[in-house]
Design a protein around this ligand. Structure first.
Ligand code: OOG
Ligand code: MG
Length: 262
């Protein structure tokens, strides 16, 4: 446990300043090696409150570290969750000004939009009637920590490195049973750099939604209509530089994303 509770607001302020100034900060666990996961989620909740005071709304959640590829990439071996705001969403082909970010990375994901609450869902098939959209997406990460390096509590406090996301437009709702074994290819500037299948995420990305629902239940919250969920990176993330162009291709369509430095 962190000895004094006043440290948690200070940790939140450190992360807010790092994000707003686009300057990395040392991991919080360096100062407090015993920074617990519960305390880290409390810091994350302070960041969420801060976003709301800025007029942003919470539009959903993201799961992180739900695939072995991601866990091995950052050397943290437990799934985690964070929140998404309206300000994080980019439209396909919308540019992102990289000057506002510290060291952005990008990763392919399967995204969900809900059409109703998932209360009581226990199995993947229980979720089917709750889904409005299931499709490919990009998540753009930007850890607020130096060298993109952190421990479990650090990354939880930092809202799981969330920065931006882009949803594709192709809805895979009619192919949910086949989703785990569909091929996914990630192209960077025209060359394939990663391939995967959605089974990489807990066997089926909808397992990630069930896990998120149970995380939220412990915080006395639940997933509701209209919320967006990123189910977790299918592959390791990759660096994102000025004028890079990314395309994520699946059997039913693709999503593209480009970055720019002005
Ligand atoms: C942590 C965030 C993990 C995912 O999809 O696994 C995440 C990180 O890689 O910085 O978003
Ligand atoms: Mg992610």
């Amino acid at each position: 446990m962190v000895s004094a509770n006043s440290l948690l607001p200070r940790f939140a302020k450190t992360l807010i300043t790092a994000r707003e100034s686009a300057h990395a900060t040392p991991p919080l666990t360096r100062e407090h090696p015993c920074f617990s996961i519960d305390e880290a989620y409390a810091v994350q909740a302070m960041l969420r409150e801060h976003e709301m005071t800025l007029g942003r709304s919470i539009i959903g959640y993201k799961m992180g570290l739900t695939s072995r590829a991601k866990q091995r990439d950052v050397k943290v071996f437990e799934p985690i969750c964070g929140y998404l705001t309206d300000a994080m969403e980019l439209k396909p082909n919308q540019n992102l000004d990289l000057n506002t970010l510290i060291h952005p990375r990008i990763e392919p994901e399967i995204a969900i939009i809900l059409k109703r609450s998932v209360r009581g869902a226990k199995r993947v098939s229980d979720l089917y009637p709750c889904l409005e959209f299931v499709g490919p997406a990009f998540e753009i990460l930007d850890s607020r920590y130096e060298n993109f390096s952190f421990q479990l509590s650090d990354v939880v406090a930092d809202n799981t490195s969330a920065s931006h996301f882009v949803l594709g437009t192709h809805n895979l709702l009619s192919a949910l049973d086949d989703l785990p074994k569909m091929g996914v290819a990630l192209f960077k500037n025209g060359a394939v750099i990663e391939t995967a299948t959605p089974a990489a995420v807990l066997g089926h990305p909808l397992h990630s939604v069930l896990m998120l629902a149970s995380f939220l239940e412990r915080q006395e919250r639940e997933l509701t209509e209209g919320e967006v969920i990123l189910t977790g990176g299918l592959t390791a993330s990759t660096t994102l530089g000025a004028s890079d162009f990314f395309e994520l291709v699946m059997p039913c369509g693709s999503v593209t994303f480009s970055a720019r430095c002005e």
